[in-house]
Write a protein that binds this ligand. Structure first.
Ligand code: SF4
Ligand code: FES
Length: 248
């Protein structure tokens, strides 16, 4: 395939960015989107130009690093995949593809397609954990019986990889699907009950502090989430928040 790529180039957080056009040729439909970006970068390096900066790590849908807005959609036109799992067979010869960073006030651009998503880490630090005695007396997790359906829901919530596509998809740049998933994975399990009140209050307070918008039930986050995190998690977080506020 021969393609035209319109890519957001921005030197750093202080500079003004712009879309720049590039041509790539002989792209195989079997390549992943990031492999196609590697071809472009090799071409740029060989011609003495600066390669396009983009985040990636595992390249198998696990780490959540590969954040790209492709043709206006986080992680591109396929469903249930991250950018690194997106195949070039989703495009056709002669296509023009626009590639931008995830856009949100809370995700400032660092360079080109790389954004700062440490806001998510600060939300996690605010309560996305359980405190466990690891002195050698730790209780065997299997000693606490948990209903299979409950365990499945908790596991589904825990599959969130923190990629930020939900924020990029939302017209309000809301992080409620992410925070909902992180609150839910503990709210559903007995191990999460001890710190439940403090957890939801702290995580929501940090989310607001970071400048994410509110949820208006548009549902774009659920559609674009590569891990299929359900809107039910936002509803559960809202219930947990109400319960905690009444207690507090
Ligand atoms: S909820 Fe989905 S889209 Fe949002 S950070 Fe988690 S995996 Fe990514
Ligand atoms: S590079 Fe790890 S999820 Fe894409």
């Amino acid at each position: 395939m021969n393609l035209t790529l319109k890519i957001w180039r921005q030197k750093d957080g202080r500079s003004k960015g712009q879309m720049v056009s590039y041509k790539v040729s002989e792209i195989s439909e079997h390549m992943s989107f990031l492999e196609m970006m590697d071809v472009l970068n090799e071409q740029l390096v060989n011609s003495g130009d600066e390669p396009v900066a983009f985040d990636h790590d595992c390249r198998e849908g696990i780490c959540g690093m590969c954040s790209m807005q492709i043709n206006g959609e986080p992680h591109g036109p396929d469903r249930g995949v991250t950018t690194c799992q997106l195949h070039m067979r989703m495009f056709k010869d002669g296509d023009t593809i626009t590639i931008e960073p995830f856009r949100a006030k809370a995700f400032p651009v660092i360079k080109d397609l790389v954004v700062d998503r440490t806001a998510f880490e600060r939300i996690q630090h605010a309560g996305g954990f359980i405190s466990v005695n690891t002195s050698g007396n730790t209780q065997d997790a299997n000693a606490i019986p948990i209903d299979k359906h409950v365990a499945d829901h908790a596991m589904d919530a825990a599959t969130c990889i923190g990629c930020g596509a939900c924020v990029a998809a939302c017209k309000n740049a809301s992080a409620m699907l992410f925070v909902g998933a992180k609150v839910s994975q503990y709210a559903l399990l007995p191990q999460g009950q001890v710190e439940a009140t403090e957890r939801v209050l702290s995580m929501v307070a940090q989310m607001d502090k970071e400048g994410f918008g509110n949820c208006t039930n548009t549902g774009a986050c659920e559609i674009e989430c590569p891990k299929g995190i359900s809107l039910e998690n936002i509803a559960r977080m809202n219930r947990e928040y109400l319960k905690a506020s009444l207690k507090g």
